[in-house]
Design a protein around this ligand. Structure first.
Ligand SMILES: Nc1ncnc2c1ncn2[C@@H]1O[C@H](COP(=O)(O)OP(=O)(O)OP(=O)(O)O)[C@@H](O)[C@H]1O
Ligand SMILES: [Mg+2]
Length: 362
């Protein structure tokens, strides 16, 4: 699928914008602080109804504006669909994103925040995996929401102190609910990771010029765990749980191991290796998402080439030149791209610079 055009008003530093990108690679250049990331954020809002930088709706409005609107059209094959979104005040006074999306519109964003998925703590890897599982399994995010509610109720019981007496009887049903919802979550996570791991182990060496990569799910519960086993594992930690007021077993404690050549990339990877791996994780989402939805997603790659050496940059460019509709921002005016539409963003305006000889030679 691809975006044919987008019209917007009062979004971030764009007063108004009418933009018709290419259906293939779009290189978005320009100096710092001109609106490149904002443009990608607008495309993300149009396609999936939210920003990829976890911004609150009110932050998306142009400063002092009363509301923002985005209209656009997406297309796959012969089918086109209009999309409208707005950032406006609800009746209760809170700012919200409104409007309807398109069921087959998907975007895969990459931004500097993603580097923490590889080099940061386990929470970032869990969020990444849940986000990906949500893109291919519609049941995943609702299930995750239910799991989190059960977890919160269970933790508040633990904090109230349940040891012995009637407290024990109170917590037991929660053990079973947590196990049932947790098993579903684990099952979808493992399936999602298996799909991703295949793509990553193929793609990383192509882009890096070598390197055997392995992704593995890490958790206290074995694959295919039953409800009884799950509950047993929780109960074995009951004393610790009561002491710490927290549920200590379950998918909310798990992690994803990322190894290269048998070494843990989370702690031993170089900055460039971690950055490339973070990008590869995002690029690897595209294939499974395409298989699940029936059309390729739009890639929104913000500053994806920085900190990569010239050879790796070239390999990444070769890959994204053939990856459907891609938006790639860069503060560099020249990149070794063979075929791309070039856009320059300055002060909230987007100009077509494809015909100007600014591109580097392929
Ligand atoms: N809500 C807003 N209203 C108006 N301007 C905003 C708003 N939010 C951010 N900006 C401004 O938009 C400008 C462009 O931001 P953006 O992050 O898109 O820059 P960029 O071109 O990606 O720069 P860089 O190359 O440094 O990544 C910034 O100067 C910022 O102050
Ligand atoms: Mg930026």
């Amino acid at each position: 699928m691809h975006i044919q055009w987008i019209d917007l008003s009062d979004f971030r530093n764009f007063r108004t914008l009418s933009y018709s990108p290419a259906s293939t690679l779009n290189v978005v250049t320009g100096p710092n602080a001109q609106g490149k990331t904002n443009l990608l954020e607008a495309l993300s809002l149009l396609l999936v109804g939210r920003s990829f930088r976890a911004a609150k709706p009110v932050d998306l409005l142009r400063w002092d504006a009363e509301g923002a609107t985005l209209r656009g059209q997406v297309c796959r094959g012969d089918i086109t669909r209009p999309i409208r979104r707005s950032v406006a005040r609800r009746q209760d006074g809170a700012w919200a994103v409104m409007g309807e999306g398109c069921p087959w519109a998907r975007a895969i964003p990459f931004g500097w925040q993603d580097v923490a998925v590889v080099g940061g703590g386990p929470q970032g890897r869990r969020n990444f995996l849940d986000g990906f599982a949500g893109k291919i399994f519609p049941a995943h995010l609702p299930g995750l929401g239910r799991y989190r509610q059960i977890l919160a109720r269970r933790n508040s019981l633990l904090q109230a102190g349940i040891e012995g007496g009637p407290g024990e009887a109170l917590i037991e049903p929660w053990d079973h609910q947590l196990a049932r919802e947790g098993i579903e979550l684990l099952h979808r996570r493992r399936r999602a990771l298996a799909e991703l791991a295949d793509e990553v182990s193929r793609l990383y060496p192509v882009l890096a010029g070598g390197g055997a990569v392995r992704l593995a799910y890490q958790g206290a519960l074995e694959e295919g765990v039953t409800e009884e086993r799950f509950v047993e594992a929780i109960r074995a930690r009951r004393r610790d749980e009561v002491r710490r007021g927290q549920t200590l077993v379950g998918p909310h404690r798990d992690d994803v191991a990322i190894e290269m050549g048998g070494r843990d990339m989370r702690s031993f990877g170089s900055r460039g290796q971690q950055r490339l791996m973070a990008l590869v994780l995002r690029l690897a989402e595209a294939g499974p998402v395409e298989r699940a939805v029936g059309s390729p997603p739009v890639l929104l790659l913000d500053d994806a080439l920085s900190e990569l050496d010239a050879e790796v940059q070239r390999n990444v460019l070769r890959h994204v030149e053939a990856a459907g509709q891609v938006f790639l921002t860069s503060a560099e005016g020249a990149l070794p791209v063979r075929q791309a539409a070039w856009w320059e963003v300055r002060g909230g305006h987007v100009e077509d610079v494809s015909l100007q000889p600014v591109q580097g030679a392929a």
